[in-house]
Design a protein. Structure first.
Length: 425
């Protein structure tokens, strides 16, 4: 029996797929990189946005049509968020919920024998210090906690991931130590909200970062998305931890809107003055910080005035990375009861924000032209060359290097999304 796994969505979900692969390996079940050779196909689904939902549904249906003799198992968030749709499109599919990864081998073996099995529901099973199988030995993903403390009206992911479940610092440190010993050069600390880490156990993100960064070895740490309301709890301590030279000068701090009114209606739990306070502190203490943020365009209660405030906020804060998403109803989300704004209006707003985004990021990158950056080579480029990440986590395209190398590179070309450079001694 051979199993093929394909995974969609966030870094956290990617790590879930690696755990599933590890469970199969531990049970002497063969993995394959060829879908044609596989007897069983696992689709590790993402369900955060409507286009992704449509992509997953289409993929499952396509696999059923193209490979009628192969067994298909669906994992990931769709299992918990929308089992009704999953049952409708794949009545013969087995399921593995994101909290039931340790049962992957059992589900696969039963599916192979023709038995439909559905393992779902919540658990406190740890996702650190477990076997993970990956094709990328230079990047190690560590899920520091699962679930969140939020109540965002637009989100359905929280229904799949559940209440906050933080893993012990000692276990995480041991997980990272093993990865570094095995050649990992970039450690990605990931969660639905890394800033929520330890709220349920009495530990905290700042202490975790310090413990990991003090390990021996030459590596870099990327800290994943942080909810502003939880950063506020100990912003000064988090800043001090991120100052460590082994930590990328990078934070992902979603604001979602520039309107306090809409923030309140979204139940985000913070206001814009608090967000500005966090950004100002990071920029003052870490001048080279790269700030990434998320914006939802066209939330149902967003007026023209609210949208203008969002434009103004981006021009004021000038984040180095801006992720734009058009609002769409999600299964079970509170805001799905509201009337969507006209899609033509949403499209116009999104187009306007995209121009602001490109202008900001291009100018930020242009300022780095001719500079020499210290960077870590993390992956091969899709169009040739390699992608290195600067100390501020900005991607740099460079040739004649090896994965895992720490390099010095002179920036010779800039775009709104990445840099290009050449090696220097």
């Amino acid at each position: 029996m051979k199993v093929f796994i394909e995974s969609y969505g966030c870094t956290f979900n990617k790590a879930d797929a690696q755990i599933m692969a590890g469970v199969l390996e531990d049970n002497d079940i063969q993995l394959t990189n060829s879908i044609e050779d596989a007897d069983v196909i696992i689709v590790n689904s993402c369900y955060v946005k409507l286009p992704t939902e449509n992509k997953i549904v289409y993929r499952i249906q396509k696999l059923q049509k193209e490979f009628p003799n192969k067994k298909i198992i669906v994992g990931g968030c769709m299992v918990e968020i929308d089992p009704e749709k999953l049952e409708k499109i794949g009545p013969d599919c087995s399921w593995i919920g994101p909290h039931q990864l340790n049962k992957t081998a059992d589900v696969v073996e039963k599916a192979y024998c023709g038995e439909v099995t559905r393992e779902c529901g919540f658990s406190k099973e740890s996702k650190v210090n477990v076997n993970k199988v990956t094709d990328d030995s230079f990047i190690h993903i560590v899920q520091i906690c699962e679930g969140c403390t939020g109540a965002c009206t637009f989100c359905c992911t929280r229904f799949a991931r559940g209440a906050l479940n933080s893993y012990p610092i000692d276990d995480i440190v041991e997980d990272v130590r093993k990865a570094i010993d095995n050649g990992a050069a970039e450690i990605q600390l990931t969660a639905q909200d890394t800033a929520a880490y330890g709220l349920d156990t009495g530990e905290n993100l700042a202490d975790l970062i310090k413990e990991v960064s003090n390990l021996d070895g030459d590596f870099r740490i990327r800290v994943g998305m942080m909810h502003p309301k939880n950063v506020l709890r100990n912003v000064d301590e988090i800043i001090e931890a991120i100052k460590h030279p082994k930590v990328y000068n990078f934070i992902h701090l979603p604001v979602q809107t520039g309107s306090d009114k809409v923030l309140k209606e979204m139940r985000r739990g913070h206001n814009l003055d608090q967000y500005r306070e966090i950004v100002e502190k990071f920029k003052k203490e870490i001048p080279d910080i790269t700030i990434a943020t998320d914006i939802i365009v066209g939330y149902p209660t967003e007026t023209d005035e609210d949208f203008e405030l969002t434009c103004n906020l981006l021009e004021e804060i000038r984040p180095s990375l801006i992720h734009l998403s058009k609002y769409q109803h999600r299964k079970g989300a509170i805001s799905s009861d509201l009337k969507e704004i006209p899609h033509t209006v949403m499209k116009q707003r999104s187009k306007h924000l995209s121009k602001i985004k490109d202008s900001i990021t291009k100018k930020e990158n242009d300022e780095l032209l001719g500079t020499i950056q210290h960077a870590l080579v993390v992956e091969k480029g899709s169009k040739g060359g390699f992608i290195a990440k600067s100390d501020s986590y900005i991607p740099i395209i460079v040739d004649n290097v090896k994965l895992g190398d720490f390099i010095r590179v002179k920036i010779t070309e800039t775009t709104s999304t990445y840099l290009k450079g050449v090696l220097v001694d």
